[in-house]
Structures are given as C-alpha cells and as structure tokens.
Design a protein around this ligand. Structure first.
Ligand code: SF4
Length: 68
C-alpha cells in the first residue's frame, strides 16, 4: 500500500550557523556553504535525501538546522 506523506522542508538559522561545513559534507544535495554560512539549495527535501538531511540536522554543532 502506498502511503503519501508531505515532503520535508529544511531551513538554516544563519544567526546560529558557524559555517563548519558538516551539513554540506553529510548532505550536499540539500546544504551548501555560501560566504561562510550554510544555505538550503532546495525548497523541499527529495525523499532519497531525507535520512542524510536528518543526520545533518542531528550533527549540526549549533542546532542551526530545522526540518519540518
Ligand atoms: S552544520 Fe550547522 S553550523 Fe555547520 S555549516 Fe551546517 S548549519 Fe552551519
């Protein structure tokens, strides 16, 4: 049975981000460092990237990443 669920949306609080690059290393499809801060490259997280994206959130030193 196919269960539909809405796609996740990631965001980065630039006030908290210290530009360590961990999120980009873990999930380069979603996060990218620009001028020393992480930015989200895609509006919605592709399903195949959800696990990596959640791992990036968990491993962010400053809890700057939110996933809804
Ligand atoms: S892991 Fe967190 S602090 Fe490091 S670049 Fe990504 S959002 Fe910024």
């Amino acid at each position: 049975m196919f269960l539909w669920r809405p796609a996740l949306k990631a965001s980065v609080d630039s006030e908290l981000c210290v530009g360590c690059g961990t999120c980009e290393e873990i999930c380069p499809a979603v996060f990218q460092l620009v001028d020393g801060k992480s930015h989200v490259k895609v509006e919605m997280v592709p399903a195949r990237e959800e696990a990596a994206c959640k791992s990036a959130e968990k491993n962010c030193l400053t809890s700057a990443i939110s996933i809804e």
